[in-house]
Design a protein around this ligand. Structure first.
Ligand SMILES: [Zn+2]
Length: 362
């Protein structure tokens, strides 16, 4: 009994200490009855006087944002930013940037985040959000600029991403017919990442445009060796150049180089070639895959396999993201769903791998 009395007394005591100001209930009443401006005004007044009330408002603000009522979230966070005092300004600014992002008002989000990059506490997260916005907009120059503002350790960790930004810029320059500028950008890209198949492919395109078919060929082959997953993108270009330069042994050379790269199993390689090789070169395929020890034994089988893979590929996508599993018909350097770089690989890789497991298990 004594213990229960003590406990109840304690509980009552605790309840007595939670005493909210009358303004809070009035504000809540306005909120519940959709008199939002009155509510915001009262809460803002409370925020000036009391830090806890500001926390209540932040909670309300993110609640509104999550419910899709972004206007309300923006109103709350704007007031907090302007009238909440110096201790809250940055936190409110960041919340506001999130509101603008979810409202699709990217230019406003950008402005707030750029201001926040000067804050010590929010600098890093503001830069990360800015990068995400610029990547989504395909504004690679700005993404690169923000990259250079990141701490050196983070820059080192994301060197590959910076190289991709520069490749994106080079690709754009190429489309504009500015080969020299593209070349400079690719050189810069290689300072971030020395082994860079994407830069090889772009340099090959520049060489091809300049009439240097032999140079282009070597670059494509080099890219393929370092990244066999690019086979579907590269093999058709390689075979076109080979035909043009009368190098009829090219498929053999391709097979040899891919095998040397060590990145693919013989079956993966055979399936990859069966998907990537154009119909007119199909008759050469069995010889090559037999040499590789892969699963294709006759021209008819190669052609059936190719037709099958194309059909499956068309239905489900020729590529799949290793990170999020997204299927895609076209090639992306950066997955459009999960935003990972270099995560797409030919779907045949995985099918062949599964078959490899089955074969090994039986
Ligand atoms: Zn993905």
């Amino acid at each position: 009994m004594g213990l229960a009395a003590w406990f109840l007394g304690r509980r009552n005591g605790a309840a007595r200490t939670v005493r909210l100001p009358r303004d809070y209930y009035v504000g809540l009443d306005h909120l519940i009855n959709d008199r939002f401006d009155h509510a915001a005004e009262i809460f803002a007044r409370m925020a000036e006087a009391d830090g806890d009330a500001a926390e209540i408002q932040f909670a309300l603000g993110s609640l509104f944002r999550r419910r899709g009522e972004v206007d309300r979230a923006i109103a709350i966070h704007t007031r907090l930013r302007e009238h909440g005092g110096p201790g809250l300004a940055d936190k409110a600014a960041f919340a506001l940037a999130l509101d603008y992002q979810s409202a699709g008002l990217m230019d406003r989000a950008e402005r707030v985040l750029e201001e926040l990059a000067a804050s010590r506490e929010y600098r890093r997260i503001a830069l990360d959000h800015l990068v995400r916005i610029y990547e989504a907009q395909g504004d690679w120059a700005k993404a690169l600029k923000v990259f250079h503002e990141l701490p050196p350790a983070v820059q080192a960790e994301r060197a590959r991403v910076a190289a991709h930004y520069l490749c994106e810029l080079a690709e754009h320059a190429l489309v504009q017919g500015e080969a020299e500028r593209a070349r400079t950008l690719l050189r810069q890209a290689r300072t971030h990442q020395a082994v860079l198949p994407r830069a090889d492919m772009l340099t090959a395109r520049i060489a091809q445009q300049a009439g240097d078919a032999g140079g282009a060929l070597l670059l494509y082959l080099h890219a393929l060796e370092t990244a066999p997953g690019l086979a579907l993108e590269i093999i058709p270009s390689v075979l076109a150049i080979a035909r043009q330069t009368r190098r009829h042994d090219m498929l053999n050379e391709l097979g040899r180089r891919l095998r040397q790269s060590g990145g693919v199993s013989p079956r993966q390689l055979a399936w990859l070639l069966a998907t990537a090789v154009p119909a007119e070169d199909m008759s050469q395929l069995p010889g090559i895959t037999a040499e590789l020890g892969g699963g294709v034994e006759s021209a008819a089988e190669a052609s059936t396999l190719s037709a099958l893979l194309t059909r499956i590929g068309d239905a489900g996508g020729r590529y799949q993201c290793d990170e999020c599993g997204l299927n895609s018909v076209g090639w992306y350097w950066r997955c459009p769903k999960c935003r990972s770089w270099d995560s797409m690989s030919p779907a045949v890789f995985k099918w062949a791998e599964r078959t490899d497991h089955v074969v090994r298990a039986s």
